[in-house]
Design a protein around this ligand. Structure first.
Ligand SMILES: [Zn+2]
Length: 242
């Protein structure tokens, strides 16, 4: 049993390395996802700003077209002034021309306001564009770095998985199964040494009778409080039989 438990402890070392690598891998992937999420959010904001700008620009074109059309009408009416036959017709025509002037002044005012908004919208879009470009660069660098780190982790995990297979081949299948269950439930620590009568997994005192059994190493013994597999390395400490 002692030999099996020592092999099991070395299996756990490899498993802990694999577990560590997996955690690092998850953290790196989360970091990459976060960076990409931020980039996408900024890109979406830029798309909104661009749409707002386009909307304003459309409005500008509309107002300019209105001004042109009304300008043509006014010119036409002014030409008709030369051909009026009586004062009544003249007054009517003059009134129409005044109305056009008045409405044009209003459209011009609106156009000015739109041009100002368009300018502000344009600078906001430009600033966002620069921000997005910067973020794209940073995100690209991050991706390159993380992908290289992930490749390194994958290689190390392949190696670890090979040594795990070699170690596991020396162990009893049922023992591995029990170990794996505890490993997953107990935060990656399933087999622990007992040192000076204390479980190194949960730091509780082991009852003296059980301690003696652990030293004899004849059967599988679990910690009464944390339920991990207990083992004892005789040369490792100054443990004495109680
Ligand atoms: Zn314990």
């Amino acid at each position: 049993m002692r030999e099996q438990l020592e092999i099991l402890a070395s299996l756990q070392e490899v498993d802990r390395e694999i577990r560590e690598k997996n955690l690092t891998k998850d953290a790196l992937l989360a970091e990459l996802n976060k960076a990409q999420g931020e980039l996408h959010a900024q890109e979406a904001e830029m798309a909104t700003l661009r749409a707002e700008w386009a909307e304003k620009d459309k409005l500008r074109q509309e107002k300019e077209r209105m001004l042109q059309e009304e300008g043509r009408k006014a010119t036409d009416k002014r030409m008709r002034l030369n051909r009026v036959k009586n004062i009544k017709e003249l007054q009517a025509l003059q009134r129409e021309i005044d109305q056009i002037k008045e409405s044009n002044a209003q459209v011009e005012e609106e156009l000015m306001r739109i041009l100002e908004e368009l300018e502000a919208s344009g600078s906001a879009l430009k600033a966002k564009g620069e921000e997005v470009t910067k973020l794209e660069g940073a995100c690209g660098e991050k991706r390159t770095r993380i992908e290289a780190e992930l490749a390194g982790i994958e290689r190390a995990m392949m190696e670890a998985s090979k040594s795990r297979q070699a170690i596991a081949a020396q162990l009893n299948g049922e023992l591995i199964e029990r170990y794996e269950l505890i490993f997953s439930r107990r935060g990656g620590v399933a087999v622990v040494e007992v040192s000076e009568g204390i479980c190194q997994g949960c730091h509780m005192n082991i009852p003296p009778q059980l301690w003696n059994e652990i030293i004899r190493n004849e059967r599988l013994i679990f910690c009464p409080s944390c339920h991990r597999i207990l083992y004892h390395k005789p040369a490792a400490s100054s443990d004495k039989r109680v």
